[in-house]
Write a protein that binds this ligand. Sequence first.
Ligand SMILES: [Zn+2]
Length: 174
Amino acid sequence: MYLYLLRMIRHFLKFGDNQMFENFKLSEHFTFFELTRTSIVELQKVNRVIAEDYIDNLKILASARLEMIRSFFNRPMAITSGFRCEKLNERVGGSKTSQHMIGDAADFYIVTMEIKDVFEVIMKRLSNFRWGQLIYYPEHGFIHISNIGAGKNKNQVLIYDDGEYKLLQSGSFK
Ligand SMILES: [Zn+2]
């Protein structure tokens, strides 16, 4: 809570009162707002304030992971969840070590494609892509993609099926 107040003060000093949040591009097609949005209204503000500490990670996520997928399919992507502060992550039942909490992960789908097809195409083209973890959530209709963690989880592919994660590929770079 104390840290949150300090962050609010810093945010206030930076942006002033009448412009609480500034939207800006993290990469060509993805904005700060898109990658910090939540449907839980009461956590929207705090989520964006805390996200300001992780802008560097979010920029890498947007430019190196999301743009890569977007340009490959050349179709608009919808982000269902990007940065999640600890509180928000708890509310949505995220893992305690979720990469969403440091701006290193996003969940997405492609607006005009079946999620199953998106996943299959990415799987077939594995060698052209780079990520930390790719997790397919068939029941939820989205795919999770993360930045490359510190020395682990390189090009790992999992499916969340029947309430558990199954490893499809414990990838590594060639
Ligand atoms: Zn995720």
